[in-house]
Design a binder for this molecule. Sequence first.
Ligand SMILES: N[C@@H](CCC(=O)N[C@@H](CS)C(=O)NCC(=O)O)C(=O)O
Length: 214
Amino acid sequence: MPETLTLWGVGTSRTIRAHWALHELGLDYRCRPILPRSGETKTPEYTQLNPRQKIPLLQDGDFTIGESAAIVAYLARTYSNPDVALVPVEARDFARWLEWCFFIVAELDSTSLYVMRRHGLQGLAHIYGHAPDVVGKAAEYFRQQLRHVEVALSDGRRYLMGDQFTSADILLATCLVWAIDYGVGVCDVATPYLDRVTARPAYKESVAVNTVKA
Ligand SMILES: N[C@@H](CCC(=O)N[C@@H](CS)C(=O)NCC(=O)O)C(=O)O
């Protein structure tokens, strides 16, 4: 069992990924519900833990790790068990899983949705500048890149890695929810996939923890 798990951060599409993985794996943890742009990521205590001043951040005893995709991969690798394994073991399955993780984080999150967030009026345009053309192109790019997901899911698989639910599904589902929220629209095969994945009890539990109470 883990020493002490502490997860810093709530309220974002990135923080929910770590909460979700912790709930899938049935791990007890302490939540430090700090928020972005609240000053809480910039305190001396937090900056010492994470010089990037970003959430989420996981502490596992004396080990600290940031980046949502790295956190869920660490949890999967460290705490998967015969009943719940969020990462494939066999070498080529592992490589395919890694490909999905990098693709989702690089192309769907950072290059598309986060660009929309940075430059859109419903996001952070007041900080990074309003750029409607950039937002439009990023949405277009998201839909184009989503073809990779569409082709994969069109063979009827339940999850990205087939029958096994993995942390790659956590990354993809959070991007799909984010895209729908931004009105980008997702491909048809993604809808039953997303319904299936978000019906998981651990997803619902993570939404409850990650939601900022007014
Ligand atoms: N690539 C990072 C992105 C993390 C990130 O940008 N977090 C934002 C919130 S979504 C943040 O902490 N911003 C700090 C702040 O604005 O105070 C990840 O996936 O964990």
